[in-house]
Write a protein that binds this ligand. Structure first.
Ligand code: NDP
Length: 246
């Protein structure tokens, strides 16, 4: 389904990003595994992808740094020749009720989740235009659609990702480039492990399908959006949340 394609997945050393990288490779893509702090885990993902017979590279870069994203993309275009699929998965939380939320907690989350998505898209803009083809898939969140008490920073960043996605979809559609967002609900990763047992129970009770999602649930949706099967879908936000946002 993705043979001959090269994908860049941000935050791909662990969690949902790791599963996206492995799934895209499973469908035939070569994969650039971006990481920030998880060097060993990213290298392990690269080894797994190579064992599938695909090409892969681990590359350190914080998506929050505009210039560093530019350097990463220049280096990886030189190494792989082209990048066809960009998955903006890197994300963080710094949860707090607004009354306690610091300016630093607000800024850090916006800088990583929203500005980080801008940074990679900005640097991939010209290469995608030249190629007259490309797929961008951005990770939003159910929190960006519904809002969430204690996550004003995170929800704002993820709602912002939806605005970026729709605007870029309109800008790039005439060039054959699609831009979509996936909005996960409650997915079992390190991010949600940090929740208290009471918060987990409360969240579970809001899921119509009555189960926690898996990274594979998200990765398969991303792979579909990255494939030719989704060539007539752009500017959409696909909720993969067990029905939370109905
Ligand atoms: P995890 O906390 O498990 O992993 C976060 C990933 O993001 C890591 O790979 C981490 O890399 C990377 N990352 C964080 N900051 C940066 C940075 N500055 N530069 C590059 N990479 C960075 O999160 P999940 O896997 O659960 O989440 C993945 C995405 O899905 C996020 O965008 C998240 O907001 C979204 N999402 C998750 C939900 C869930 O329930 N889990 C629900 C809704 C949305 P490293 O370890 O190398 O630092």
């Amino acid at each position: 389904m993705l043979t001959g394609k090269v994908a860049l997945v941000t935050g791909a050393g662990r969690g949902i990003g790791r599963q996206i990288a492995l799934t895209l490779a499973g469908y035939g893509a070569d994969v650039i595994v971006n990481y920030n702090g998880s060097a060993d885990k990213a290298k392990e993902v690269v080894r797994e992808i190579e064992s599938m017979g695909r090409k892969a590279a681990a590359v350190q870069c914080t998506v929050a740094d505009h210039e560093a994203c530019g350097n990463m993309i220049t280096d990886m275009l030189a190494a792989f020749g082209h990048i066809d699929i960009l998955v903006n998965n890197a994300g963080i939380t710094r949860d707090n009720l607004m009354i306690k939320m610091t300016e630093e907690e607000f800024d850090t989350v916006i800088q990583t989740n929203l500005k980080g998505t801008f940074n990679t898209m900005k640097h991939m803009y010209r290469p995608f235009l030249k190629q007259k083809a490309g797929r961008i898939i951005n990770l939003s969140s159910v929190s960006g659609i519904l809002g969430n008490a204690g996550q004003a920073n995170y929800a704002a960043s993820k709602a912002g990702v939806i605005g970026l996605t729709k605007s870029m979809a309109r800008e790039l559609a005439s060039r054959g480039i699609t831009v979509n967002a996936v909005a996960p609900g409650y997915i079992d990763t390190d991010m949600t492990q940090a929740m208290t047992a009471a918060a987990k129970e409360a969240t579970l009770s809001q899921i119509p399908l009555r189960r926690v999602g898996t990274p594979a649930d998200i990765a398969e949706t991303v792979a579909f959006l990255a494939s030719d099967k989704a060539s007539y879908i752009t500017g959409q936000v696909i909720s993969v949340d067990g029905g939370m946002a109905i």
